[in-house]
Design a protein around this ligand. Structure first.
Ligand SMILES: [Zn+2]
Length: 389
């Protein structure tokens, strides 16, 4: 059998594939060539949808008989490098300098992918295939539209009869140092538009028109002033922000027919898209005196629901592994933006733990070599506990 690579060497090799979303750029072939000799069954489905780029993904697994199925999940695509001349280290060099590994994706999240692949290969090398299944759910469509990636890959795997017990997503979750934070859920995100229709007319004859602009201004102020909730044990308070006020009227002498304002809500598990829509409609209606204006509240279709992972056995065992390796008891958090965990949670409990995220998406993205190796150690320790139970 070939030898398991170190997490740092593997991360460096992955960084050298310029897989700017949605390009594969050799990164899945590299993993395929690495995993197959260890006995992994590797699949590389490409998913398509009108209006979106085709994306190649990977599902790889190894089974050593009856037992739980642990899926490590992540993405191998990266965001563009921006102004390349700003980089001190070339963005796809994967070079190690002064104890740091440099390159686009070092933190987000080729370092995380390399750490769980290296940990699993070390496990297989040392103990053979686990009693159960270890799999890798890897997409090239996380930094892109997220249409032909994890959402379809999980569905594809489930249709093939894969039953996932637990999942660990390797996104960077630590704000400052390794062991700070495990994500055990995520807030939801929902965008929408409030539109007020009045009656168009001449500015000189306002009694013949109905101006929607002052009404919309009142709505924006009134809805913004509402408290959605006070937060919960695991979630911060939900928050609604108006992000745009649009009339689009080029004339100075015309009262416009319509005005609209767009908003985005980051919300906890006390809310759904439906109840948020009702909330905005109710408080916007408060601002309509009389029936001369028409209100409509529409919600975008691509919102995501909030979720909280309620598997104590997964959270406790993973926290224990983090504590054993880093000496710290990690905070359990649901903060930050959304991630592909929102697609995985429909199949099994999912938590997120990865590298320190400070330089993600930045120029000269880098991570400490010691952090990558420690992350691989956490994943390895977790696998030891997970499969020896
Ligand atoms: Zn990421």
């Amino acid at each position: 059998m070939t030898k398991a690579p170190t997490a740092t060497d593997l991360a460096s090799a992955l960084i050298q594939c310029p897989s700017v979303t949605p390009a594969e750029a050799g990164v899945l072939t590299l993993l395929d060539d690495l995993l197959s000799p260890f006995g992994f069954e590797v699949h590389r489905p490409t998913f398509s949808q009108d209006g979106y780029p085709d994306v190649e993904n990977m599902f790889a697994k190894i089974s050593g008989g009856e037992g739980p199925h642990l899926a490590f999940a992540g993405h191998v695509d990266v965001v563009p490098v921006g102004e390349e001349s700003m980089w001190q280290q070339p963005p796809f060099c994967g070079a190690v300098k002064d104890g740091k590994l440099y390159g686009r994706g070092a933190a987000d999240m080729k370092g995380g992918v390399a750490a769980f692949v290296a940990a699993a290969l070390r496990y297989v090398e040392t103990h053979g295939a686990p009693k159960g299944t270890v799999s890798f759910v890897l997409t090239g469509d996380e930094e892109g539209p997220a249409v032909n990636g994890t959402v379809k890959l999980m569905q594809w795997a489930a249709e093939r009869g894969e039953k996932f017990t637990d999942s660990v997503l390797g996104e960077p979750t630590n704000p400052n140092s390794m062991g700070d934070m495990i994500k055990v859920g995520r807030r939801g995100s929902q965008s929408g538009t409030v539109t007020i229709s009045g009656k168009q007319g001449h500015v000189a004859y306002p009694h013949l028109a109905n101006n929607p602009v002052p009404v919309l201004a009142k709505i924006v102020e009134h809805v913004s002033a509402q408290t959605l909730d006070e937060g919960t044990d695991f979630f911060q308070p939900s928050n609604l922000e108006f992000i745009s006020f649009d009339v689009g009227n080029p004339a100075w002498n015309v009262i416009p027919e319509q005005a609209s304002a767009r908003f985005n809500v980051r919300f906890n598990d006390l809310w759904t898209a439906e109840t948020l829509g009702q909330f905005v409609t109710k408080h916007a209606t408060d601002c309509l005196s009389g029936g001369a204006f028409k209100l409509s509240v529409s919600l975008e279709a691509d919102g995501s629901e909030a979720f909280l992972t309620r598997s104590d056995s997964l959270i406790d065992r993973f926290s224990k592994a983090v504590e054993t390796v880093t000496g710290k008891v990690p905070e359990l958090s649901t903060g930050g933006g959304t991630s592909d965990a929102r697609f995985i949670k429909n199949y099994c409990p999912v938590i997120e733990f990865g590298l320190v995220g400070q330089t993600m998406h930045m120029v000269d993205e880098h991570v400490a070599v010691a952090d990558i190796e420690q992350l691989a150690e956490v994943y390895y320790e977790f696998m030891m506990q997970y499969f020896e139970r």
